[in-house]
Design a protein around this ligand. Structure first.
Ligand SMILES: *Cc1c(COP(=O)(O)O)cnc(C)c1O
Length: 343
């Protein structure tokens, strides 16, 4: 069994060939530094074309920085940001958003399947309005969510309505934005600026890059001086083209979408193969590239003994993640092993 026998995470994957090729091309000549190069211009223009709007685009190294800096740009230190209790910004960023904003507090909301509801948002905004409570100024939605579900365009518009009532900016953690677009089969604009999203952190890493996230400001007023925020935080790449050129590789001929479709399809194959097996139950509906599944502990242990890697998530369910590099044959091998163990 090779090291690639894993459903641990989409960021275990390597660099997809198209991104690798673009990186090699960018390596063919010297270029201006700090984002003044042709590749960075081309990647930013490519994202503006993709979203079909005149947005401001910045590239940073990773998702925690993208989220933290984007959220910091949406309010002051005395403000708060509403997010789901399972949100990555709450559970997995080591206080990065609070740190970058000099203390803005996260307020935790609820909702089924990892999704914030308008009711939960309203509850958090209205339960206190006094000066002793950090004033809600923004909300953060993860698309697709940490539990592999998606907000529909209708759900996003309903949330925007609530956000309008309380003057909240909307941030979208798009670590798996591509997978959400693929699953919903919508134009990327439909689940971003047309649904009132102010800023999107669009992940390249989990889609097929070595590293690099695009922070896309649809609300351009919020992008004021953002380049200084990035620089201060150590997120201005000096050889920026090595982040932006691979993005060009993803954007050309919609490789980003093909990668996401492939990962989603592998997860669907997994879900279909697992569903109905004795002792096995899906914990959340399979909508993107992750399958969350309840499996007896001895089965999980036996799979790990065979070399399969995966993490446990939320109450012990196994999280099986697929990426551009997952193969249908690998899914079949996993399913065969599971079937042997449960029958
Ligand atoms: C992976 C991920 C991120 C970004 O994580 P980094 O390790 O900082 O790049 C952000 N949000 C979600 C939901 C993620 O899954």
């Amino acid at each position: 069994m090779s090291e690639s026998e894993q459903f641990a995470s989409d960021n275990y994957s390597g660099i997809c060939p198209q991104a690798w090729k673009a990186m090699a091309e960018a390596n063919g000549s010297d270029e201006p530094a700090y984002g003044e190069d042709r590749w960075t211009q081309r990647a930013a223009d490519g994202l503006r074309a993709l979203f079909d709007t005149d947005c401001d685009v910045f590239f940073v190294f990773n998702g925690t920085a993208a989220n933290s800096l984007a959220l910091a740009s949406m309010g002051q230190s005395f403000h708060s940001v509403i997010c789901h209790e399972l949100a990555h910004i709450e559970t997995d960023e080591c206080g990065g958003p609070e740190y970058a904003s000099n203390g803005a507090k996260l307020l935790l909301g609820q909702g089924p399947n990892g999704k914030l509801t308008p009711e939960s948002i309203e509850h958090l905004v209205t339960k206190r309005t006094d000066i002793h409570y950090p004033k809600p100024k923004a909300l953060s939605l993860t698309q697709a969510t940490e539990v592999g579900t998606v907000y529909s365009p209708d759900e996003l518009r309903a949330i925007r309505k609530t956000a309008d009532r309380f003057k909240l900016n909307i941030h979208m953690d798009g670590a798996r934005f591509a997978n959400a677009v693929a699953a919903l089969d919508v134009h990327p604009s439909e689940i971003t600026w047309k649904a009132g999203v102010d800023v999107l952190c669009f992940s390249g890493t989990k889609n097929g890059l070595a590293l690099g996230e695009a922070v896309v400001f649809f609300n351009r007023a919020l992008a004021e001086d953002f380049e200084w925020r990035c620089k201060q935080a150590g997120q201005l790449a000096s050889k920026m083209r090595y982040i932006s050129a691979p993005w060009c590789g993803l954007l050309k001929e919609n490789v980003w979408l093909e990668n996401a479709r492939h990962a989603n399809a592998c997860a669907e194959q997994l879900a279909q193969g697992l569903e109905g097996l004795p002792g096995i139950q899906l914990r959340y509906p399979r909508q993107v590239n992750g399958v969350f599944v309840e499996m007896p502990d001895p089965v999980q242990a036996a799979l790990r003994d065979k070399g399969w890697k995966f993490y446990n998530f939320i109450g012990g369910s196994a999280r099986l993640m697929c990426s551009w590099s997952t193969t249908p044959e690998q899914v079949d091998r996993f399913l065969a092993d599971v079937r042997k163990l449960v029958s």
